[in-house]
Design a protein around this ligand. Sequence first.
Ligand SMILES: *Cc1c(COP(=O)(O)O)cnc(C)c1O
Length: 423
Amino acid sequence: MSLPGHPHIAYRNGALHIEDCPAADLAQRFGTPLYVYSRGSMLAALAPYQRALAGRRHLVCYAVKANPNLSVLQTFARAGCGFDIVSGGELERVLAAGGDAGKVVFSGVGKTRREMARALEVGVRCFNVESTAELEALSEVAQAHGKRAPVSLRVNPNVDAKTHPYISTGLTHNKFGIAHEEALAAYRRAAELPGIAVHGIDCHIGSQITEPGPYLDALDKVLDLIEAVEAEGIRLTHIDFGGGLGITYTDEAPPAADALITALLKRLDDRGHGQRELILEPGRSLVGNAGVLLTEVLYLKPSAHKNFCIVDAAMNDLLRPTLYEAVMGIVPCAPRAGAAEHTWDIVGPVCESGDWLGRDRRLAVQAGDVLAILSAGAYGMSMASHYNTRPKPAEVMVDGAEAWIVRERETVADLFAREQLAR
Ligand SMILES: *Cc1c(COP(=O)(O)O)cnc(C)c1O
């Protein structure tokens, strides 16, 4: 029986499996804390995007920041994906993983001139430009390299994505994008700059969006703007509609990717924009439910007020719970049949009261048990830090019954290798 929202993660004969690999065996073999990713799950999450877009001019650009492990990028590159990047570092990862620069879109409010030059050199598909100041800088850099930079302007449609404030990006008080009412002037400026070639329009309204309404509202605003821009003789060929589709962590019920895309395509057709190329930038929805974080229970610390289950993973390994108060599923790898459940806060060893991974969870656990934190494939390892001089977890990719290391566990010596004692 697979877990809700996690088709490749299931209990079989009383043991949690990731595809055909028992999770407890992986923990034993590779140690904990351990990130484990299911390749089948990633490809299964991509399939509805590709299905719904078949027959249309389109590009699915996996958002690298969700999980930038080279093997993850390689998986999507081989499946034909492009990439949405937000830094020069992510660009190098894409190239190292065999990705095609010509399918890369470069987003982000603070691209440096050096990053722009490198992206021009390798020939990225498009720069998603977020301000007129950036437009001027990009034009100068492109001219200095004898090029014209392909550009779409990221517009901020001012719609409420109805998600956590930290991951909402499409409101006027967010730092992202160009305000809707300033976009026309920015397009006029872009069209006259010598180092810029206007290609498209871009928007990304937030993350972990669980209803279609905000998407359709944003699309209408983008189409209004396209019509206004084209009325001035500035041609736009593609619409980049960003990412942001939510996943089921516990009881969320986001629309399926193919249903959402079908609704978006219908709106495009109804308004006479069906011929435009559609670029999408999904991150979380492709990898979130493909990953788990395995962690061993170190100590139980029951008390009159609160019961703490202290595990070897912590906020530095998985920041989402404390950063967004995110609720992530936590399940035992080998459930103790018949044992009494108690209510536990699952906490790590880091010296912060905010270091918790789950609160008030009903579990039957003992020291030495291995727990799986679900839906940890997106914004898990990619947000990990070394706080408290904790080496980052190893990462493992599973394909059927095979499992192999895709990032070695760091050693403590790695963490201070670049430091020096004072003179
Ligand atoms: C983060 C981000 C994405 C991916 O968002 P998800 O919620 O992971 O799908 C796509 N585009 C841009 C510009 C982003 O910043």
